[in-house]
Design a protein around this ligand. Structure first.
Ligand SMILES: O=C(O)c1ccc[n+]([C@@H]2O[C@H](COP(=O)([O-])O)[C@@H](O)[C@H]2O)c1
Ligand SMILES: Cc1cc2nc[nH]c2cc1C
Length: 337
């Protein structure tokens, strides 16, 4: 389905299924509400899906490069994006290890890597974005292409829980710029260390984000994403929109994924009803991004890797929530009705 059609067809939460789940939880052998957020998760999943179904998670990793790396905003060079894409395909990156632990399939998409050849699924829209400090990241035609790649990836996965992941040297700069444009944050509040920039280099990064935001005159959500975003960020956004339209819960990862979720909710109002937030990243701007998105992270492990790792770490909580609803005895079962 076209991503735009999906965006215009975001379903409501199934309030009846959610209410039924809350009542069912109150019949189980525990003081009411004593399983805390695990109960909340079961209710939320029921509202999203109708029935709670967590058996088939998939990690969709989207990789793309960023022209803004020319400004010296990352500790690493763009060549690392292609190298890490190879690493994902080889099954050797952190997200592959975590995905194996949770039984998730991993799909690796090259949406914008600046290299001629990668082993990833080749959906390259262009070899890296424009330098957002000086020019638009991409055209609206290109951003639409990236959104559609993400949307299609959800359908291909046939998964019931979608974990979008990102890989892109320079993408915390683009994500911070998007956060400023979408939510009116200052570059200081939206910026963070990314791969580890500190001190004078972090000050410089904040200044670059400010230049990009000042340069952009974009007002529409799609135009903002094209002007300041990234190809992998747009693909994640498309995946989140398509997942929401199919009532599939999205387990949102860290800073970049949360900004993609904000973009998804702008492009497809109501999509946020299907988003769960896996963790609070150590990236400085993530707390502000979560607040802007209205997200309550499940974990806070000091992670700041991306790739979908923080969301993958949180996934077992969803599985536990489902198992509790299916396997616990009721008070009637134990003769205490
Ligand atoms: O997900 C996060 O919260 C997160 C926080 C900091 C860095 N990252 C990852 O690091 C890369 C971007 O960092 P940088 O410094 O190059 O902008 C990119 O590949 C992201 O997946 C990810
Ligand atoms: C090595 C490396 C792995 C990553 N995974 C996601 N972002 C990354 C950035 C770097 C630098």
């Amino acid at each position: 389905m076209n991503w735009r059609e999906a965006a215009e067809n975001i379903p409501e939460i199934d309030k009846l299924a959610a209410e039924k789940m809350r009542m069912h939880l109150d019949t189980l052998t525990k003081p009411q509400g004593s399983l805390g957020r695990l109960e909340e998760l079961a209710v939320m999943l029921a509202g999203m899906q109708g029935t709670v179904q967590t058996d088939k998670p998939a990690v969709l990793v989207f990789a793309g490069d960023h022209g803004v790396t020319a400004e010296g905003v990352s500790l690493y060079g763009s060549e690392v994006t292609a190298l890490m894409a190879q690493n994902f395909v080889a099954g050797k990156a952190a997200v592959n290890v975590l995905a194996r632990q949770i039984g998730a399939d991993v799909y690796v998409y090259n949406v914008g890597i600046d290299a001629t050849d990668t082993a990833a699924i080749n959906r390259n829209v262009r070899r890296g974005t424009g330098n957002i400090a000086k020019e638009p990241a991409m055209t609206t035609a290109e951003v639409k292409q990236a959104l559609q790649i993400g949307a299609d990836a959800v359908e291909v996965s046939k998964a019931d829980i979608i974990i979008p992941g990102d890989m892109g040297i320079g993408n915390t700069t683009a994500s911070s710029a998007l956060l400023c444009a979408y939510k009116g944050l200052s570059p200081e509040a939206a910026a963070g260390s990314g791969t580890g920039v500190e001190g004078q280099q972090l000050k410089h990064k904040i200044e670059v984000i400010g230049r990009a935001v000042k340069r952009s005159d974009a007002k529409e959500p799609l135009h903002i994403l094209a002007d300041l975003g990234g190809l992998e960020i747009a693909a994640m956004t498309g995946a989140m929109i398509r997942a929401a339209s199919m009532r599939k819960p999205v387990l949102v990862d860290g800073f970049i994924a949360t900004v993609a979720a904000i973009a998804a909710a702008k492009l497809a109002p109501g999509a946020e009803r299907f988003f769960l937030y896996g963790h609070k990243s150590a990236e400085a701007g993530h707390a502000a991004a979560l607040e802007a998105a209205g997200g309550e992270p499940l974990l806070d492990l000091g992670m700041r890797l991306g790739e979908g790792t923080g969301a993958a770490a949180a996934y077992p909580l969803l599985k536990m929530a489902q198992a509790l609803t299916e396997e616990m005895a009721t008070f009637a079962d134990i003769g205490l009705a």
